[in-house]
Ligand binder design. Structure first.
Ligand code: AMP
Ligand code: GLY
Length: 423
């Protein structure tokens, strides 16, 4: 099979690395890809949302499967675009329909879906410019901290957690009246604050049945001890040590099952990955968000722990054999540490040469924001490389990644030295 992976981050390098190991994979393309993916497959300089060029590529290269990395093309309807085109409809798209992608693309849609399907989540209401006064009243009825979420996609920045009622009211005004996040904040979800520890579960589904992938925990803040600005993710570990069999069973019965059944019941076409962000409040799991794709950097620890042939499993989604396929997971723990550019998540420079990453003993180096300039690999983003290692436990895996984090060199290299500190 010829496969096309859309995206350019550490997640896509990891998927490419795994898919390339399958005996069913003939040619592998990544659009647009990074320096790491160019060593495994062929990079094509097309944006993941440029459907017209993707169509031409899919036809000329006889692609049989498109694996969609980021949420943007899904929210913009790439699944439906393929389905409705005579020349493309035979191609398997790993990712949900536009309607399914609203689970990530609209927070109020996701909350309503959870409510309809009795899925535990924070109490909430949504507001627009017209109902801002009700919004103030709702804020008053809650105890701080106050959680405000822009309804639409806001590049991971649309969630604000505010300590005082005054700040919460001000921010609500900025979002609704001054378009703080553009159109994304023309509706705002105000939510009860959940106090607990975060974790993520990942599912692959064909819309009928599902398989649960390894759990993971990511570290979103730039600073040690979970301080400072939010980032795309500075590191991740898998499995999550505080999820025991009983807690996982609870997550499956109360959250995963009703989510998949809800999609089916509501005739929402959904195939591919579902990433469920959770908070453990006491002993209860509650959903904070759905993502309709894999996480980044969670992918860098979840996918390497899969021992089975991932492409074979994904093939089962369209050929009707998905539920019969095996999914074997390694007993080893995995950890990843993200090397980032100085200044990230705010201003940073690109185009800095990276050295000493080729022979990192005991780790797999997944490229994120990198690009080839002739023979030289240079930085091309805030998050540059994810260093993934295995171990008998998370401490061992982390220790290995940190040895290599020191070894890899580029000017302005920064990373968190405390991934896993809270476990
Ligand atoms: P999201 O973009 O929905 O993942 O939210 C970003 C972050 O905000 C999450 O990872 C949580 O740390 C936090 N968060 C979101 N919703 C809540 C909530 N209801 N209570 C507490 N923290 C939350
Ligand atoms: N690491 C969080 C995300 O991918 O959304």
């Amino acid at each position: 099979m010829n496969i096309l992976i859309l995206g350019s981050g550490g997640r896509e390098h990891t998927l490419a690395w795994k898919i390339a190991q399958s005996s069913s994979c003939n040619k592998l393309f990544v659009a647009p890809g990074n320096a790491g993916t160019s060593l495994i497959g062929q990079n094509i300089n097309i944006a993941a949302t440029d459907f017209k060029s993707i169509k031409e590529l899919a036809i000329s290269e006889e692609i049989s499967m498109v694996i969609v990395g980021p949420e943007d093309p899904l929210v913009k309807g790439i699944f439906d675009f393929f389905q409705s085109d005579e020349k493309l409809k035979h191609i398997s798209v790993i990712g949900p329909s536009k309607q399914g992608a609203k689970l990530e693309g609209s927070k109020s849609f996701a909350k309503e879906f959870m409510q309809r399907n009795n899925i535990p989540t924070a109490k909430y209401r949504s507001f627009t410019k017209e109902t801002i006064l009700d919004g103030y009243d709702f804020l008053k009825s809650l105890n701080g901290p106050y959680v405000l979420k822009a309804d639409g996609l806001a590049a991971g920045k649309g969630v604000l957690i505010l300590n005082t009622l005054k700040e919460a009211k001000q921010e609500l005004e900025l979002m609704l009246l001054e378009s703080k996040f553009g159109k994304a904040s023309s509706t705002v979800v105000i939510e009860e604050f959940l106090d607990g520890i975060e974790l993520s579960v990942f599912v692959i589904t064909n819309g009928e049945s599902y398989k649960i992938l390894p759990s993971a925990k990511d570290y979103k803040r730039i600073g040690e001890g979970d301080t400072g600005l939010n980032t795309g993710g500075m590191g991740a570990v898998s499995p999550v040590p505080f999820i025991d069999r009983f807690f996982m069973e609870k997550i499956e019965q109360e959250i995963i099952k009703p989510s998949i059944e809800g999609l089916k019941k509501e005739s929402i076409n959904y195939q591919g990955f579902l990433f469920i962000g959770l908070i453990k409040v006491g002993s209860e799991p509650k959903v904070i968000e759905y993502n309709v794709r894999m996480g980044d950097p969670e992918t860098e620890v979840v996918i390497p722990r899969i021992k089975s042939d991932l492409l074979n499993l994904l093939k089962g989604i369209d050929d009707g054999t998905f539920s019969e396929k095996d999914l074997n997971i390694s007993e080893d723990a995995a950890a990843t540490v993200m090397l980032v550019s100085k200044g990230y998540p705010e201003k940073y420079t690109k185009g800095v040469a990276i050295t000493n990453f080729e022979n990192c003993e005991g780790s797999i180096v997944f490229h994120a924001g990198t690009k080839l300039d002739g023979d030289i690999t240079k930085t091309n983003g805030g998050r540059v490389m994810a260093i993934t290692s295995f171990g008998k436990n998370i401490e061992q895996a982390l220790a290995r990644s940190y040895v290599n984090a020191v070894q890899i060199n580029f000017k302005g290299k920064n990373y968190r030295k405390d991934i896993g500190f809270d476990l």
